[in-house]
Design a protein around this ligand. Structure first.
Ligand code: MTE
Ligand code: MO
Length: 487
């Protein structure tokens, strides 16, 4: 379009949001995104690109590259053409230091070995089920990684600063060294689970499921965006009540209205109800260590929120700011990680259990009458700990009780119900060959049977046969593992 206005980079720079209008450039286009700010799923985060090229920023929040919607939305906002320029000169003038290419973070090689890589940048993995079955405490290199952006380069632990904000009192900057001098350390053993774990099962049951992961479909997301570790650091309730004494004078109703926004150095932020953060039995931590060792960069070095029983998405890594106030209006609270119909943000994880061995599709000798089964069960954010796990080899007609191992970490300081997983095992009797539940058994590769498992908590709650769609997240129906007959 020849009649289109032409702009140089300086012109675009004028529209960096400070004068109320926001322009960005993409390839040879100049776009006025001012009106779009309200609709943008990422909210005002787009301001990070204001007055300059949006590509760099897209590289950072990588989901944009994969969505044709984004390009279409942008094209509608085109106001002109960008003048050609020397690549080199642009680098110098517009290079933004924060978006350095990601370093190979320590521990990442092991993640590559033990997990299926969902994407390299941002780095995302799902741990292989066989790796999860091996230990009670998932080692750091085996815990799934779910990043939304590049890992921020943070060198220091003791000097790393967290800003604490409340509406009532003055803002406080405290380094981890200062927190260490003021607060006792505590250890909590807990599961960490991505809201999108078991997305494939959700798709099979409900036709829709999402891991929310950046870059593609979720049909392959099994049960490996899950791990169990012993986390240590400072209790969030301790820290907040000490730093903000006025919290203790607030009425319960006033607390009910407040939220705690947790913000990471990478720019990711989300909130949880303040009542959860202040609840002793919620056992929330500002965690600096995992299984007795410093966090690795991928898991939030030097400090992350560890919120037992609460969806992984709220467990903000590389914590920079902790603020009491309104519910976050950021994308990861207001747009993603919400319940059915986007009705409300997801917080608590549901009661769940998964079979870790045998793996789906495992071959079973036709002559065998029993199979050894192993797995894990956890209470999520529920009120009651795990009571028992049941297994079925005849599609729910009969159930056999598994043996649960209620392991404990000796110095665990958990005040509420255990948020750790419970490992279970059993030798499950298979229905006699030829019975309907085992299939005809004559075709090579035909499913022989399915193993099902379900967890029951001490309050009598039973994991459901199939769970309703929760915005595509949090599937907790019976875990079903198809087994295949051998020749
Ligand atoms: N915190 C920050 N700052 N940035 C992130 O991208 N991802 C969240 C959460 N905290 C994320 C974050 C999501 S969706 C999950 S599931 C967990 O971190 C994953 O933690 P892990 O990578 O240590 O397993
Ligand atoms: Mo997640």
């Amino acid at each position: 379009n020849k009649s289109e206005p032409v702009y140089c980079r300086k012109d675009v720079q004028q529209h960096d949001g400070r004068n109320g209008s926001v322009w960005v450039t993409y390839r040879d286009g100049v776009y006025d995104v001012t009106q779009y700010l309200e609709q943008h799923p990422g909210g005002k985060l787009i301001l990070q690109a204001a007055g300059g090229p949006v590509d760099e920023w897209w590289k950072y929040w990588a989901q944009h590259h994969l969505s044709p919607d984004v390009a279409a939305a942008l094209e509608a906002l085109r106001v002109g053409r960008l003048l050609d320029y020397e690549e080199e000169e642009d680098q110098e003038r517009y290079g933004r230091g924060v978006w350095e290419p990601e370093q190979t973070a320590p521990g990442r090689e092991e993640s590559r070995r033990t997990g299926a890589i969902l994407s390299e940048l941002p780095f995302q993995t799902e741990t292989c089920i066989s790796e999860l079955a091996a230990e009670f405490l998932t080692p750091k290199g085996k815990l799934y990684v779910r990043n939304h952006a590049p890992v921020p380069a943070i060198e220091t632990s003791a000097d790393h600063m967290i800003t604490f904000v409340s509406e009532q009192e003055e803002e406080l900057d405290l380094t981890l060294g200062q927190l260490q001098g003021r607060f006792p350390r505590h250890r909590i053993t807990s599961v960490l689970q991505c809201t999108g774990n078991r997305a494939a099962d959700n798709i099979a049951a409900n036709g829709y499921g999402t891991s929310g992961f950046v870059g593609g479909d979720s049909e392959h997301i099994g049960a490996g965006m899950l791990g169990n570790a012993s986390w240590s650091g400072y209790r969030l309730d301790d820290v907040l009540r000490t730093l903000f004494p006025s919290l203790s004078t607030l009425a319960t109703e006033a607390i009910q209205d407040l939220h705690l926004t947790l913000e990471g150095v990478d720019g990711y932020y989300t909130s949880i109800p303040l009542s959860i953060a202040l609840e002793k039995s919620a056992d929330c931590l500002l965690a600096t260590h995992m299984n007795g060792e410093e966090l690795t960069p991928d898991h939030g070095f030097p400090v992350r929120a560890l919120l037992p029983g609460i969806a992984g998405a709220r467990n903000v890594k590389w914590l920079a700011k902790v603020a009491i106030g309104k519910e976050s209006d950021g994308p990861w609270t207001a747009h993603y990680y919400r319940k059915a119909g986007r009705s409300a943000p997801i917080y608590a994880l549901p009661l769940n259990s998964v079979i870790l061995s045998p793996e789906p599709g495992a071959w079973l000798d036709e002559s065998k009458s029993a199979v050894a089964v192993k797995g894990v069960a956890y209470a999520g954010g529920g009120q009651y700990p795990i009571q028992t796990v049941e297994l079925s080899a005849d599609r729910g007609q009969s159930w056999q009780t598994a043996t649960c191992h209620f392991e404990e970490v000796p110095d665990d300081d958990c005040q509420g119900p255990s948020r750790s997983w419970v490992r279970f095992e059993s030798v499950v009797q298979l229905p006699p060959s030829g019975s309907g539940a085992r299939g005809s058994g004559k075709t090579s590769g035909a499913p022989l049977t399915e193993l099902w498992c379900r967890a029951i908590d001490k309050g009598g709650n039973v994991q459901p046969e199939s769970s309703l769609p929760q915005g595509g997240y949090l599937y907790n129906g019976y875990h079903r593992v198809p087994l295949v007959r051998s020749l």
